[in-house]
Design a protein around this ligand. Structure first.
Ligand SMILES: Nc1nc2c(ncn2[C@@H]2O[C@H](COP(=O)(O)OP(=O)(O)OP(=O)(O)O)[C@@H](O)[C@H]2O)c(=O)[nH]1
Ligand SMILES: [K+]
Ligand SMILES: [Mg+2]
Length: 368
């Protein structure tokens, strides 16, 4: 493990030393590719090491979604958990009060959201400092990262945390790159650009693919703004996780109104004071919005739907997802579904498995 960490340091050092220009961009691209590979290795549990390596905390998922509270020590993560759930997680003025993952349940309009209070992380977490790697692994399993920040601390804290999460393959508030990559058994490399790329060229991709020993593959870059980093993300897609992040600045009781105003205007940002009980509900409402969960009601033939019993599913879900949510095997005997509500062209509409449902729909599944 030490070996990999040292190699990572060496490459980072070399990247810092290398001046960025046309002549060095191929070399830098290759270094980035190597770095991504080493970082993934670092997170892989060592053979026979049991729960070592990249394993998270042993908390099973429950409820309709999971939110992870991530932040530096003593920013108020446990205070916040204790405010929004019935769970009491220890609060104190010293760092590393919380030493493991403490789950709580947030009830929100009929949904149950699991909220994980996590130990504070520090710079170097991705490389294994403190419980950093465990915390980050837990964050990787969440549907939303609520990054808790101390409004009284330096502004750089946010960028530092983001860099730690980036280093282990978490991509915050980003979509997967619009690049198609398929490994083949033979035929060499076929690289195509749909539009002339601004930051890439064929040679660069070729070099990186060769370094990854992907000699036979097909690449189609659809996005003209795609970057080398995004291309590497596509190669490493099994190690990447695209997660929404909401930034919550706590302790606004201790900052000036001017600064508060500035913070509150930043994108994906909410402000609060757990101490004064200010803004807590706003943070919860925003977190709920970011999760993009919707409620769908099921109905048996000839019976009124039960509006007290919603299925909570992800926005963008289909009838197929609804089936999977009801029962693992229902899809096998699926004939068609009847849908009432906003997603139906007329009520009811007869639809197939691929129909997209939306908030408040009533669905009746007809089986063979
Ligand atoms: N001024 C102020 N202090 C707060 C606020 N919220 C929490 N605190 C204090 O900040 C300190 C740390 O709170 P914790 O909830 O233990 O912080 P944590 O992020 O869970 O800390 P670790 O578990 O050690 O990582 C405590 O002394 C809290 O009373 C707030 O809104 N304003
Ligand atoms: K603390
Ligand atoms: Mg804590």
């Amino acid at each position: 493990m030490v070996n990999i960490t040292e190699k990572i340091k060496e490459i980072e050092e070399e990247m810092r030393r290398t001046q960025k220009n046309k002549a060095t961009e191929y070399h830098l691209g290759l270094l980035k590719g190597k770095l991504a590979r080493l970082r993934a290795q670092l997170l892989e549990p060592a053979a026979g090491a049991g729960s070592g390596g990249g394993a998270g905390f042993d908390v099973s998922k429950s409820g309709d979604a999971r939110i992870a509270l991530v932040g530096f020590p003593s920013v108020g993560k446990s205070t916040f958990l204790s405010k929004i759930t019935k769970t009491k997680s220890e609060v104190a003025a010293y760092s590393f009060t919380t030493l493991t993952a403490i789950p709580g349940v947030l009830e929100y309009e009929g949904a149950e959201i699991q909220v994980l209070d996590l130990p504070g992380i520090i710079e170097g977490a991705a490389e294994g400092k403190g419980r950093g790697r465990q915390v980050i692994s837990a964050a990787k399993t969440s549907d939303l990262i609520l990054m808790v920040l101390d409004a009284t601390k330096r502004a750089e804290q946010r960028a530092l945390l983001e860099a730690e999460l980036e280093a282990v393959g978490i991509r915050l508030n980003k979509e997967p790159p619009n690049i198609y990559l398929k490994q083949k058994k033979a035929g060499g490399m076929k690289i195509t650009f749909q539009n002339p790329p601004k930051n890439l060229d064929e040679k660069m991709l070729y070099n990186i693919l060769r370094d990854y020993k992907m000699l036979n593959c097909e690449v189609l870059v659809r996005d003209e703004n795609a970057t080398v980093d995004e291309f590497i993300d596509v190669i490493m897609k099994d190690h990447r996780k695209y997660i929404k992040c909401l930034y919550a600045y706590n302790k606004i009781d201790s900052i000036s109104l001017e600064f508060l105003d500035k913070l509150a205007r930043e994108p994906n940002t909410v402000v609060m004071s757990c101490e004064l009980d200010l803004g807590i509900q706003d943070v919860v409402d925003r977190a709920w919005e970011e999760l993009r969960l919707i409620r769908v009601y099921t109905k048996r033939k000839g019976v009124e739907p039960d509006f007290n019993e919603a299925l909570i599913i992800r926005g963008g879900s289909t009838i197929e997802d609804v089936c999977d949510n009801i029962h693992r095997t229902i899809k096998e005997s699926f004939k068609y579904a009847m849908v009432w509500g906003a997603s139906a062209k007329h009520s009811p509409q007869r639809v197939g498995l691929s129909h997209l449902v939306t908030e408040g729909d009533v669905v009746s599944i007809v089986t063979k």
